[in-house]
Design a protein around this ligand. Structure first.
Ligand code: N01
Length: 554
C-alpha cells in the first residue's frame, strides 16, 4: 500500500485518540483491527511505507520466514479462507502480498499514517494522556499508547574503523535501499558481515549471482535444513484449511506456537538407538524440529547439547567438499559462545554448497580480524603482520539488532518520574508481564521485552497479547478508570522470573541476542520470557482475574 493511503495531518495538528498503536507488524495490525471493531477511536503510525513490520523493512535478497505455514498467519477465517500460499516457508515478496491481502480484507490503511517515525512521547498527569511526537511534525494525543514496535526495530551497526568512508553502498540488511535506488548485485564484489539468520539467507542467495562474495564470520551458524517445498493449492491447502481452526487453537497451547513442543523425554533417558532415531526423524522433518522438537533438556544440559552438536556436525560435514573449511563451518566441538540450541539456528536451503563455491571466500574473523574499511574495500589481518585488502563494490551488514528493549528505548519517552524509559532501563529492563513499566502509565508494549516475543511465533504471540490488552482496556472502561500503571514490586518480580527461567537454560553461556550479549555495553539479561506461551497466557490472565494484580488502576 502506498503512503497516500495513510491519514494525513497538517503540521502541528493534534489527533485526540483513545489508543495510538505504533508499528504495523502482526501485533499492531491485530490490535488496530480489533480495537476498531470494538468501537475505539484508534489510529496507527508506521515508520515504513506499508504494512508488515519487519517484512516491510527486510527486503534483502533471500529474505524469507523461518516459520512453516499455516502457523505464520493471523487466525481470522476472513483472512485465510481466500488466501493461498505458494511455499511452505514464504519469501518476503509473498509475505508482503499477504499483508496487502490483510489490508484489503480488514481495511486497515485508512487508519494508518505511514512513513512516520515516533520520536518521543510525554505523559500528561492532569489528563492521563500521552502526547506523541513524530519525525514528520504530526502530534498525537492519546489515552493509551501501545508500542508494537517488535524486537528488531533497532539495528546493530558494528563499530568498524573507516566504515563511513566506503564509496559503494554499505547498508544493514534491514535497511537495504528499495525502489529506485535498489541495489543490483549481479556480477558485483560483495561483502557480507555476519552469519545469523539474515546473513545465511543473504549469502545463499547472493553467492550464485555475484562475481565475488566475501563472508566475514565471527561464529558459525548451526544451521538446520529448511526443507522448503511448494504448496499444492487445490488439494493440500484446501484440505489443510479444514484443520486451521484446530491448529490455530493448538498453537496457543504449545511452547512456541507450533503444533509441537519439546519431547517430554530427556536426552539420556533413552537408548542411543532411540535417540538417533528421533534425531534422524527431526532432521528429515526439517525446520526448527531438531531444535524445538528435541529432547526437553537440549537447552539445559550441556552434555545433551554437545551430543546434539556432534549429530549436527556430522550431518553438515557430509556436505563439505572443501576440507579446509571444516574448522570454520562445523568444527569438532561447538563454537565458543554458541552451544547447540543457545543461539537461534538458521534454516538453510543451500548455504553449505554456496559457501564452498569458488567465487566465495569465508573469512574467519577470529583468525583474520577486520582492521579497517577503506573507500574501496575491507582490510583484514592475515597473521605475521601481513594484511590483505578485499576489493569490494557493496558491503552488507547482517549484524543483527539491539533486540527487545532497543526498539523502545530509541524513542524518547517520558512518564511521571522525569526519567526517560532509556534512562530507567540503563541498568536492566523492568516490565510487568512484558506489557507495562512503572512510571509510564497507559503505556503498553505488544511483543515487547520480557514477553514470549522471540521465543514464539509472531502471529500467535501477537494474538495472545493483543487479546489481553484489548480485554484490559475494556475492563478499564467498564470500571470507569482512565489510568493503568505497573507497580515497581511487580516488575521486579517479573524481571526475576524471566531471568531465573533463562538461567535454567544454557543460553546465558552464549553470546546471543537472547541475553543482550550482541550489543556492546548492554546489560546481560533475558530479553524475552522463555517459559512458553501457555505459562505466559496463564500469568497474564491470572493477573487480570486477580483484579490486575501488580497494576494500579485509577
Ligand atoms: O542477527 P543475529 P540476524 N563483527 O544477531 C555477527 C530474526 N530474523 O539479523 O554470532 C562481525 O542473529 C554475529 O556474530 P556472533 C531472528 O529471530 C529472522 O541474523 O555474534 N560480526 C552474527 O553472526 C533472528 O535470530 C529471519 O559472533 C558481527 C550476525 O552478525 C534475529 O532476527 C531472518 C559483528 C548477527 O546475527 C536476528 O537475526 C532474519 C561484528 N562487529 C532475522 N556484530 C527469518 O525468519 C555482529 N556480528 C528468516
Amino acid at each position: 500500500p502506498a503512503a497516500t493511503n495513510g491519514v494525513h495531518h497538517e503540521n502541528g495538528e493534534i489527533e485526540d485518540l483513545e489508543v495510538l498503536v505504533v508499528g504495523m507488524g502482526f501485533g499492531g495490525i491485530y490490535l488496530l483491527y480489533n480495537l476498531r471493531k470494538k468501537g475505539y477511536k484508534v489510529r496507527a503510525v508506521e515508520a515504513g511505507g506499508g504494512l508488515g513490520g519487519i517484512w516491510w523493512w527486510n527486503s534483502y535478497p533471500g529474505a524469507r520466514v523461518d516459520t512453516s505455514l499455516p502457523f505464520y498467519e493471523l487466525s481470522d477465517e476472513a483472512l485465510w479462507k481466500d488466501w493461498t500460499w505458494k511455499e511452505r516457508f514464504p519469501a518476503q515478496e509473498e509475505l508482503q502480498q499477504y499483508f496487502q491481502h490483510v489490508d484489503k480484507v480488514w481495511n486497515l490503511s485508512k487508519d494508518v499514517q505511514y512513513n512516520t517515525t515516533v520520536t518521543g512521547a510525554r505523559f500528561d498527569q492532569e489528563q492521563n494522556k500521552w502526547t506523541v511526537q513524530t519525525d514528520v511534525g504530526t502530534t498525537f494525543k492519546c489515552r493509551y499508547l501501545v508500542l508494537a514496535t517488535g524486537f528488531a526495530a533497532k539495528e546493530v551497526i558494528p563499530d568498524i574503523k573507516g566504515l563511513e568512508t566506503f564509496k559503494g553502498p554499505a547498508f544493514h540488511t534491514a535497511k537495504m535501499p528499495k525502489g529506485k535506488g535498489a541495489i543490483d548485485f549481479q556480477g558485483r564484489r560483495v561483502a557480507v558481515i555476519g552469519t545469523g539468520a539474515s546473513g545465511v539467507q543473504v549469502i545463499q542467495e547472493l553467492g550464485p549471482i555475484v562475481q565475488q562474495l566475501t563472508v566475514f564470520q565471527r561464529t558459525p551458524n548451526l544451521a538446520l535444513p529448511m526443507r522448503q517445498r511448494k504448496l499444492n493449492e487445490e488439494g493440500e491447502q484446501a484440505r489443510g484449511k479444514r484443520d486451521y481452526k484446530y491448529l490455530f487453537e493448538l498453537r496457543k497451547r504449545t511452547t512456541a506456537g507450533w503444533d509441537y513442543s519439546y519431547n517430554p523425554k530427556k536426552t539420556f533417558e533413552v537408548t542411543p538407538e532411540e535417540r538417533n532415531a528421533l534425531w534422524e526423524e527431526l532432521w528429515e522433518k526439517g525446520g526448527f524440529n531438531p531444535w524445538l522438537g528435541n529432547f526437553s533438556d537440549l537447552m539445559s544440559n550441556r552434555e545433551a547439547s554437545d551430543l546434539m552438536y556432534a549429530f549436527w556436525r556430522d550431518k553438515v560435514r557430509q556436505r563439505i567438499t572443501r576440507p579446509e573449511l571444516i574448522d570454520d563451518l562445523c568444527p569438532d566441538t561447538a563454537p565458543s559462545g554458541s552451544p547447540f540450541g543457545t543461539k537461534r539456528p538458521s534454516l538453510e536451503q543451500r548455504f553449505y554448497e554456496v559457501i564452498q563455491q569458488p567465487n566465495v571466500e569465508l573469512v574467519n574473523l577470529n583468525k583474520r580480524p577486520i582492521l579497517e574499511v577503506t573507500p574501496t574495500g575491507i582490510v583484514i589481518a592475515e597473521g605475521n603482520n601481513a594484511t590483505k585488502e578485499c576489493s569490494l563494490d557493496i558491503i552488507v551488514l547482517a549484524t543483527g539488532f539491539d533486540a527487545g528493549s532497543g526498539s523502545l528505548t530509541k524513542i524518547d519517552i517520558h512518564g511521571t518520574t522525569g526519567q526517560s524509559l532509556k534512562e530507567k532501563w540503563t541498568k536492566g529492563t523492568r516490565t510487568h508481564l512484558g506489557i507495562a513499566t512503572a512510571g509510564f502509565p497507559n503505556l503498553l508494549f505488544l511483543y515487547g521485552p520480557q514477553s514470549p516475543g522471540a521465543f514464539a511465533i509472531g502471529p500467535a504471540s501477537a494474538e495472545i497479547q493483543g487479546d489481553w490488552i484489548i480485554s484490559c482496556l475494556e475492563d478499564l472502561k467498564k470500571l470507569g478508570k482512565t489510568r493503568i500503571e505497573a507497580l515497581t514490586v511487580a516488575e521486579e518480580r517479573w524481571a526475576k522470573l524471566t531471568n531465573d527461567l533463562m538461567n535454567m537454560t544454557l543460553i546465558p553461556t552464549s553470546s546471543s541476542w537472547y541475553i543482550g550479549a550482541n550489543v556492546p555495553g548492554k546489560v546481560r539479561e533475558a530479553t524475552n520470557y522463555i517459559g512458553g506461551l501457555p505459562a505466559y497466557t496463564k500469568a497474564i490472565y491470572d493477573c487480570s482475574d486477580n483484579g490486575y494484580e501488580g497494576f494500579v488502576l485509577n
